[in-house]
Design a protein around this ligand. Structure first.
Ligand code: NAD
Length: 501
């Protein structure tokens, strides 16, 4: 990257910061209008977006519509409706010492936010964080993934046409350019990508102590108990694994089950996959493609080196970026398939002889983004949840929790930090600023004056009594009569104690 381009990024960030400092993006009406503009952009250009997604990943129309466009529109609807409510300050109860004061939490934008999108859901993963940042009143620079170049270019073309071009910008950059962009001072960085990308981003954020949300990946385990409903479990697991040809951060990475459960699972899987895809899977337009030759080679190498036995699929065609939906059994924990997140349509099944073995297996590896448990026996699901950790959990299904309104979405440990979606997005991009507004009144000063030297036993006793009465006298700021009453009681206690001290 040339120093000219580096300087261009520095100028871009400084120009966006100037816009933020004007206060332009703060009024609720402005935020809502911008979100409505984004909605219009999606609606008016849905065909162009579907076309770009098809060029990038050969996404089928149904998958692109449901898993990108509809999620975006639904999220926008919620943010437009609730922006004002989310932005309201939270009034807090005050205690006796602050009886005439008001305490509240302001929701303030951080300032200039950088959003780094990933390639697997390239439009969704750039716009969903960005809309949360806009709703919270920030300026935003979006850097979509260069690996989904058609979608990235389209966003760079559309966003300035529909949205405020001073406050919201799109930068197209490859990895080196992204590093240069990251080297600038940001007020918040939101990154979706692999664990290594997350580490690079956190390092880049450290010199400026910039807060980050990292939406990363990892190997999400799927436990299938012998008590599961196998007809449904198999369908739901295969859907989660093979949608977007396995290139989903919360796709079930591998299955843990007993040999009996495996047999029941495979029986249904063979029927279901035939029903879904027929005999010519590569010719089936419902199946997308691997994003690029590098990832296709990586997945092919996994199929070539696994010590497991392929019981379904297994064909590859690099020229067509094709990896067939594949199931592999007799896989052990050290197998090549179990080293990194698979991020493709290969489902290894690992035999465990008890739920405890499954729990130990999961706990022996980095903390996953999602955990799936299939059992009719609820005690098994509870036991798995109770004894493991993960970003999120979905019981008796896969991936469904991601789109469930009201649930925060994010990882833990290697799978990320922070979360978003709906109100959680607003909060992720808001600084929660504490404000205590103290009164100058005589009574207020009287209640607080025992803090001043000289320190006496009476003053100490006064504070201890007041602290004990906190819970009892808690009242919400703004309720004047309650304040007055509590103030009188406080003053009486103060007088009594000082007198007796
Ligand atoms: P990617 O290559 O698209 O990279 C993600 C972003 O990081 C891009 O904008 C890219 O330009 C930038 N980037 C890449 N390398 C960088 C570096 N060294 N320094 C700074 N920036 C860099 O995506 P990827 O990492 O291949 O994405 C796949 C991973 O993302 C998988 O692990 C998947 O599980 C995870 N993912 C997570 C979520 C989630 O919501 N948690 C969603 C989608 C994907």
């Amino acid at each position: 990257m040339s120093s000219v381009a580096k300087n261009a990024y520095t100028e871009l960030v400084s120009s966006v910061r100037k816009t933020f400092n004007t206060g332009k993006t703060r009024p609720i009406s402005f935020r809502v209008q911008q979100l409505k503009n984004m909605e219009m952009m999606i609606r008016e250009n849905s065909n162009e977006i579907l076309d770009a997604l098809s060029k990038d990943l050969r996404k089928p129309k149904l998958e692109a519509t449901l898993y990108e466009l509809e999620i975006i529109l639904n999220e926008l609807k919620g943010l437009i409706k609730n922006c004002k409510k989310y932005a309201e300050a939270d009034k807090l109860p005050v205690n006796l010492l602050a009886i005439l004061d008001t305490a509240y939490i302001r929701k303030e934008p951080y300032g200039v936010v950088l959003v780094l999108g990933a390639w697997n859901y390239p439009v969704l993963l750039s716009l969903q964080p960005a809309m949360g940042a806009i709703c919270a009143g920030n300026c935003v620079v979006i850097k979509p993934s260069e690996l989904a170049s058609h979608s990235a270019k389209l966003m760079a073309e559309l966003i300035p046409k529909y949205m405020d071009a001073d406050a919201y910008r799109v930068v197209l950059a490859e990895v080196e350019g992204t590093k240069d962009l990251l080297a600038n001072k940001w007020d918040y960085i939101f990154c979706t990508g692999g664990t290594n990308v997350g580490k690079a981003v956190m390092q880049a954020a450290a010199p400026n102590l910039t807060p980050v949300t990292l939406e990363l990946g990892g190997k999400s385990p799927c436990y299938v108990d012998e008590s599961a409903d196998f007809d449904l479990a198999a369908k739901r697991i295969l859907w989660g694994k093979f949608a977007n040809l396995g290139q989903t951060c919360i796709a079930p990475d591998y299955v843990l089950c007993s040999k009996n459960a495996e047999k029941a699972f495979l029986k249904v899987a063979n029927i279901v996959l035939k029903e879904w895809y027929g005999d010519d899977l590569q010719g089936n337009s419902d199946i997308p493609r691997i994003v690029n030759p590098r990832h296709c080679k990586r997945l092919k190498a996994l199929l070539e080196t696994t010590r497991g036995k392929i019981v379904f699929g297994g064909t590859t065609d690099e020229k067509d970026l094709w990896i067939e939906p594949t199931i592999v059994v007799d896989v052990d924990g050290d197998d090549p398939l179990m080293q990194d997140e698979i991020f493709g349509p290969i489902l290894p099944i690992i035999t465990v002889n008890s739920i405890q073995e499954a729990i130990d297996f999961i706990n022996g590896r980095p903390r996953p983004l999602a955990l799936y448990s299939f059992a009719k026996n609820e005690k098994m699901n509870d036991r798995l949840i109770e004894n493991t950790t993960s970003g999120g959990v979905c019981v008796n299904d896969t991936m469904w929790h991601m789109a469930w309104h009201g649930l925060p979405f994010g990882g833990i440990g290697d799978s990320g930090m922070g979360n978003y979606h709906g109100k959680f997005s607003f909060d992720a991009f808001s600084h929660h600023r504490s404000v205590l507004n103290r009164s100058f009144s005589v009574l207020s000063e009287k209640l607080g004056e025992a803090r001043y030297p000289p320190y006496t036993v009476g003053k100490l006793r006064f504070f201890q009594t007041i602290l004990k009465s906190f819970e009892f006298f808690n009242c919400t700021g703004g309720k004047y009569i309650t304040h007055l009453l509590a103030a009188m009681i406080g003053a009486a206690i103060f007088a009594l104690i000082t007198y007796s001290g």
